[in-house]
Ligand binder design. Structure first.
Ligand SMILES: *Cc1c(COP(=O)(O)O)cnc(C)c1O
Length: 374
């Protein structure tokens, strides 16, 4: 565990982000909050507990049985639905028991899972939840007619939740061809299902990118992830028109371990990267073992109003930031330095400079960095 570094998570800002979402055109839709990958790195249990108890969110999305079981066991006094989106392992007895004992909702998105689910009497009281491939060509049921046939033959009269998932919602929902096709196809799926006599209790398709752009919401639920943690998922070209003023719920902080002057051609760290200038260098207590990837080399951040740049190779436990020489007496060994704060745009800028999607940076913060809840 790190001592001088932490990811500080603010419940107040999470509450603000959720309140902002509830004022958008989707305000009357129910929220299925995506908390997979340890709530995008923020800690699945505290985030879910707060969102459920304080913000009245009743549905949460995980990726695997293990995540879902951990969540249910950790919050056994809370009331909420847990969906499992990608890894079901339905044929394992342990998975079947987990689904029944912990009242989990498996999202069926392959033909073989659907066949097995409908055939096994174990699942007869488990809600039928289907995710269709609407053009992303990842998981998702591919054959609508066959799917409907199988359900009708199984004797089920209704589908608990019908889902789709957009491949390109960080681009325009109205102008990007595949977004238009995917929206139309999802509407067709629901219509066809109903026309065959099956009822649909719930439906959802919108992730953060779609939520930020759409005016009309045709489903019972929305499925936000990234936006509630702060950043907008939208492509830069769309951010001005579809403003999301969510704040980062996290702040990544570390400590300056050592400072010294550099001179041109001074070799720094592994492989001896040669400095191209005089400057004042700070060695910080975060490296790729903490999720600060080697791609941070070259990234610029500001500290106390001074612009620093990650120089040399990022190490497992440390990294180097070079400041202009005139900060010499203003930055000291042992002081704190903030890698990102509540400003979502700064965070997006940082991730862009490092050439990572924002999701990746948040999920990448390793378990070595303590999460501190405010
Ligand atoms: C992760 C995920 C979401 C949320 O996506 P964001 O872009 O983070 O809003 C929604 N639906 C599914 C199926 C997902 O896997």
């Amino acid at each position: 565990m790190r001592v001088g570094s932490s990811l500080q998570v603010s419940f107040d800002r999470l509450a603000e982000n959720i309140s902002l979402l509830k004022k958008m055109p989707c305000h009357d839709k129910k929220i299925l909050f995506m908390v997979k990958a340890n709530a995008y790195g923020h800690g699945i249990v505290p985030i879910t507990h707060f969102a459920n108890k304080e913000m009245d969110i009743r549905c949460f999305g995980t990726a695997s049985i293990a995540e879902a079981v951990f969540l249910r066991q950790s919050l056994s006094n809370n009331q909420f639905d847990i969906y499992i989106f990608s890894e079901l392992e339905l044929k394992e007895t342990a998975s079947q028991e987990a689904i029944l004992d912990h009242r989990l909702i498996p999202v069926l998105s392959t033909r073989h899972d659907l066949l097995f689910f409908l055939k096994e009497s174990t699942f007869k009281n488990v809600p039928l939840c289907l995710k269709f491939n609407i053009g992303m060509n990842r998981l998702g049921l591919d054959d609508l007619d066959e799917t409907i046939d199988l359900i009708l033959k199984s004797g089920r009269k209704s589908i608990f939740h019908v889902m789709g998932h957009f491949a390109c919602s960080s681009f325009s929902m109205n102008e990007h061809d595949s977004n238009v096709e995917q929206q139309n196809y999802f509407e067709k799926i629901k219509k066809t299902v109903k026309s065959k006599g099956l009822s649909i209790e719930r439906s959802s398709v919108d992730n953060s990118g779609a939520i930020l752009q759409k005016q009309d919401f045709l489903d019972s639920h929305i499925r936000p992830g990234l936006m509630l943690y702060g950043p907008s998922p939208l492509d830069e070209s769309l951010r001005e028109k579809n403003v999301w003023s969510g704040k980062m719920i996290s702040q990544l902080e570390t400590t300056i371990l050592k400072t010294f002057k550099t001179y041109p051609n001074m070799p720094i760290g592994y492989n001896g990267t040669l400095m191209d200038r005089q400057g004042f260098l700070a060695v910080i207590a975060l490296g790729y073992g903490d999720g600060l990837f080697t791609s941070f080399q070259g990234v610029k951040i500001s500290h106390k109003g001074f612009l620093g740049e990650f120089v040399g190779r990022v190490n497992m436990d440390m990294a180097q930031i070079l400041f202009p020489l005139d900060v010499q007496n203003k930055i000291k060994d042992g002081e704190k330095i903030i890698i990102w704060n509540e400003d979502s745009n700064c965070f997006l800028n940082l991730s862009q400079q490092a050439n990572h999607i924002p999701y990746e940076i948040l999920c990448g913060i390793s378990s070595r960095v303590p999460r501190v809840y405010l």
